[in-house]
Design a protein. Sequence first.
Length: 365
Amino acid sequence: MSVFQPMGVVMKVRISLVVLSLILNVMIGLSLSRQSSNGKEAAESDELLIGLSMDTLKEARWQRDRDLFTARAEALGARVLVQSANSDDTRQMQDIQALLSNKVDVLVIVPHNGKAMAKAVAMAHETGTPVIAYDRLITDCDLDLYVSFDNFRVGVMQGQYLVDALPADRKSRIVRIYGAKTDHNALLFKAGQDQALKPLIDSGRVEIIHEDWAENWKPENAKKITNAAITNYGATFDAILTSNDGTAGGAVQALLEEGLAGKVVVTGQDADLVACQRIVAGTQAMSIYKPIKNLANRVAELAIEMAKGRPIIARKGVNNGQVEVPAVMLEVTVVTADNLQETVIADGFHAHEDIYRNAPEGKRP
């Protein structure tokens, strides 16, 4: 277990490694704490101020994250300042400068570009402000904490679903649409998908006929990629492996225009409401449910603990190209038409009536 302990009011973090041997199990964790020295002490009685810098609020997913995070932090007695960069690196840096000028006790970043935001981490540390990367890793910097889902595992689950869904008695042709190259998670999703698909590609059972990156995760870019695949290959492919529900929506729109929706397996991720509705309609096969409430609540709780200078236990580490970043990883679930009730509806993520609003009576459980 590595322990990061505050060194008084001077903002430095000493890292020491202590290996604990247990009788039946050995658990290696990472623990960190950075005490605020940006102009005020993070005492128990003070109102803590959290800065939340978001890539975008144009997607329903991120609006939900903002609302859940803010609600949890405020319930714990903190105040949250939120900035959204509209997927612009320069603007996000300006947003972070503004948050730091307000002397936030801790900075939480959903980066548009994980590499570009390394400068933001350095800038925050100059003011003595610890930084948490929310859901997306910030690379090549001395990041304090990373909280997300196991995004490599997400990619494996997407790829494995496709493997199981494709016919076993013939060769299948696949279109792959990746996310934004600037998002480290997109690289992890692809790597996980690659692992699941590689045996079938090597054996000749699967052929990737078209692939491209959807800039900024925009559905319209995914639609263009799908249109290009249809133009070049017609209706000769079996599946589109898209990395999130937004890009899945763009792909489905292109398929609808060509009368192919429901005939091609389309994957997704995030369990957005419209994606769940598409799953019911049969135009999208699956999504990945990432309990966003769990993520938002956990980051809010950890941010407050970090601002107070308390040790934080992280049982995993993720290499960001410069350091092994303490990481907290949450579990995910495959969502299909068969388990909507037991997953997103049971958790209150979406209401039953909303998911099945457009479904005929016979398809409503």
